[in-house]
Design a protein around this ligand. Structure first.
Ligand code: SF4
Length: 233
C-alpha cells in the first residue's frame, strides 16, 4: 500500500511538472472565444467529426451565412441547405441529419435552450446532454467545460494518446471514462481546461500519432515512452 501511494505521488508530481512545462511552451486560448453559446459549440463539435479544424470553420461559416445558428432555425431548415453548407466538412449527409434531429430534440425536450448545463448538478446535466442524438461523452464534456466551466476533463484522440504515452495512464487499458477519471484525479479542476488544450497542442505539434518528434519534444525528459518511440524514428 505504501509503495503504491509513493508511486501515485511520484506520478502526480511528474504530471504537474509536465503541465508547468507545457504552459511555458504553448498558449492557452480563452474558453469564451471558443464557446460563444452552447448550441453553436454543439453544432461545431458535431461537424468536427473526422475532419480538420479548417473545414469545420468553413462549414460553420457557410451555415451561419444562410441562417443564425439556433435550434429553431436548424430544426426548420431544409435538409439540402444544411447539406450544402456542410459539404466541405465530409460526411455531410449524416451530419446534416444529426444536426436537424438534435435541434428538434432540444426544442421538444428543453424548450429550445441548453441553459440547463449551467444550472443542473453536473451528473444530471451530462446525462441530459448525452441523451441527445450525436452527443457522446466527449462532446458532452467539451460543452460542460468550455461553456459552463464545469469540472470535467474531455478526452479527445490527442489527449488519450498523449496521456498514455506520458505514462499517466496504462498504455493498453481503459476506455473514455477511465482515462477521464484518471486525469481528473491527477490534475486540479482549475487546470482541466489547460490540460485539455495543452495536451492537444502537444499531440498536434510533437506527439503525433505516427511519427512522434520525441527528440525535440518539450517534455521528453519526463516521458517514459520517449526513448522507445524515439528509437523507431
Ligand atoms: S517524448 Fe515522445 S512520446 Fe513522449 S510525449 Fe513527447 S513526443 Fe510523445
Amino acid at each position: 500500500m505504501e509503495i503504491r501511494n509513493e508511486l501515485l505521488n511520484e506520478n502526480a508530481d511528474r504530471a504537474k511538472l509536465i503541465l508547468t512545462t507545457l504552459k511555458n511552451v504553448f498558449s492557452i486560448p480563452n474558453p469564451a472565444d471558443i464557446c460563444i453559446d452552447p448550441f453553436s459549440l454543439l453544432v461545431r463539435t458535431i461537424i468536427s467529426q473526422s475532419t480538420s479544424e479548417k473545414n469545420v470553420r468553413k462549414a460553420y461559416e457557410n451555415l451561419k451565412s444562410k441562417m443564425p445558428v439556433t435550434p429553431k432555425n436548424l430544426a426548420e431548415a431544409k435538409i439540402e441547405d444544411i447539406e450544402n453548407s456542410l459539404r466541405v466538412a465530409g460526411l455531410y449527409r449524416n451530419k446534416s441529419i444529426v444536426l436537424k434531429r438534435v435541434a428538434s430534440e432540444i426544442i421538444e425536450r428543453f424548450d429550445g435552450s441548453l441553459d440547463f448545463i449551467y444550472l443542473l448538478p453536473l451528473h444530471e446535466a451530462r446525462e441530459k446532454l448525452m441523451g441527445l442524438p450525436g452527443v457522446g461523452p466527449k462532446t458532452a464534456d467539451i460543452i460542460l467545460l468550455f461553456c459552463a466551466g464545469r469540472p470535467v476533463l474531455p478526452v479527445d484522440t490527442h489527449v488519450n494518446r498523449v496521456s498514455r504515452r506520458l505514462g499517466l495512464f496504462p498504455q493498453s487499458k481503459g476506455g473514455y471514462e477511465s482515462v477521464r477519471a484518471r486525469l481528473e484525479e491527477i490534475y486540479d479542476p482549475k487546470d482541466y481546461f489547460a490540460v485539455h488544450m495543452l495536451f492537444i497542442s502537444l499531440g498536434r505539434s510533437f506527439c503525433k500519432a505516427l511519427r512522434p518528434l520525441c527528440h525535440t519534444c518539450p517534455v521528453n525528459a519526463m516521458c517514459p515512452s520517449a526513448s522507445f518511440i524515439g528509437s523507431l524514428q
